[in-house]
Write a protein that binds this ligand. Structure first.
Ligand code: AMP
Length: 400
């Protein structure tokens, strides 16, 4: 991968490798409810141990307020890691100082150690120089495999990259390659699907995408605001009536940048926001006062599928409807399946991300056929918004 140092350039044999990973896992009653983030770091850890590195895992967990607390300890996660890695994992109850140093000193080539939550020290989030130095003492090299934390300039996500030889792990590399392929050097035409609840949370996203893509297909509750801005009645649909001028400005700016904004032409409308509420398909101009739009209609679905068939790249954030409530997941599911089929044929590069989007695409069964699904949430969105991610920038090869 150009621009970044990867494990291809790292000589790790017998070296102490400080590996920043994302272990901020969803937990329910003290148990891991979704281990996707562990699965994502397995390749990097296996490669490093396979090459004889001494792997020291650094991670944060939750938002501890006042130093160490049991609720935010990584200890239960250390206990769960061996099952996924097929190797034992030692644990140290602090990430700096004598406890960490002793644990690191005991590591042999090919062994793995997890250090306690970096956020138990306030200095982590302050990117404090002395704290960075205390962490750096533990390693010879720094590898960052936590793209999802790269929008934060913390000691373990950014600071370390300036004081140790720094490399992107395989997960970080895959994310950067997918995002570059989707937005920086894409095959055109490029379509973006921007759906979800509200325009107000996606203003920066729409602004940046309109400069980079050929079509922005708007879905979900946010489409209602755009429809209302065109003078359509949207009944009691989710709609930000105070943003109609903003919606009109977005459309005008996109047009000036030669980006077409695509809105639904028909809708599935219901009188109640609940699963299996009686519903009907209607043109967007004919929504009644007591109805709300909960999904796009079948004609809009076909229109979206037609655009995707003519495109070479798709970036997707946000569902087309209230996908948690059946049958209002139909539009999202249909487009997801079409995008997956085009990907499988080699006709479309598909990159999707953002919390609800990942659940919606998993629910449709299409996710596994997408080119890349980002689980990074905030960092993924900030990249799509065109923002600089400090943790990524720090890994860039500088030309002197
Ligand atoms: P976001 O987090 O902005 O991507 O929004 C995702 C949420 O938008 C999901 O919980 C969907 O149920 C919701 N959503 C999508 N379309 C609609 C709609 N037409 N009416 C109400 N909620 C919607």
């Amino acid at each position: 991968m150009s621009g970044f140092r990867t494990l291809d350039q790292a000589d790790v044999k017998s070296k102490r490798v400080l590996l920043r990973v994302d272990l901020n896992l969803p937990m329910e009653n003290g148990r891991i409810s979704d281990a996707t983030r562990i699965e994502r770091i397995v390749p990097t850890i296996r490669e490093l141990t396979g090459k004889g590195a001494r792997v020291i895992l650094l991670a944060h967990f939750g938002r501890p307020k006042n130093g160490p607390d049991e609720e935010n300890s990584l200890k239960p996660i250390a206990a769960a890691l061996p099952e996924h890695l097929g190797a034992p994992v030692a644990f140290a109850s602090d990430c700096i100082g004598a406890i960490a140093q002793d644990a690191v000193a005991k590591l042999k080539d090919g062994e793995i150690l997890l250090l306690e939550n970096t956020r138990f020290h306030k200095a982590e989030e302050k990117n404090d120089k002395d704290f960075v130095a205390s962490l750096a003492k533990l390693g010879d090299l720094y590898v960052n495999d936590a793209f999802s934390a790269a929008h934060r300039a913390h000691a373990s996500t950014e600071g370390l990259a300036h004081v140790l030889p720094a490399f992107a792990g395989r997960g970080m590399q895959a994310e950067l390659e997918a995002l570059t392929k989707a937005l920086e050097t894409p095959n055109r035409p490029v379509a973006a699907i921007v759906g979800g609840a509200k325009v107000s949370t996606k203003l920066e996203l729409l602004g940046n995408l309109s400069k980079k893509v050929d079509f922005i297909i708007i879905g979900g509750g946010m489409a209602n605001t755009f429809l209302a801005a065109q003078g359509h009645k949207v009944g009691k649909s989710l709609c930000e009536h105070d943003l109609l001028d903003t919606a009109r400005e977005i459309v005008a700016k996109a047009k000036a940048a030669k980006c077409e904004i695509v809105l639904p032409s028909d809708a599935v409308a219901a009188k109640e926001f609940k699963a299996h509420a009686p519903s009907r398909v209607t043109d967007v101009g004919h929504v009644q006062d007591d109805e709300m739009i909960l999904d796009m209609g079948p004609r809009s679905t076909v229109e979206v599928e037609k655009i995707l068939s003519a495109c070479k790249t798709l970036v997707w954030n946000g569902p087309f409807g209230a996908f948690e409530l059946q049958p209002f997941d139909a539009g999202t599911n249909a487009v997801a399946k079409t995008a997956a089929a085009l990907t499988q044929k080699g006709a479309l590069v598909t990159v999707a991300g953002g919390g609800d989007t990942v659940s919606a695409l998993n629910q449709s069964g299409a996710a596994e056929h997408f080119t890349y699904i980002s689980t990074a949430g905030g960092a993924f969105l900030e990249w799509l918004e065109g923002k600089v991610l400090p943790g990524v920038e720090a890994l860039r090869i500088k030309s002197n």
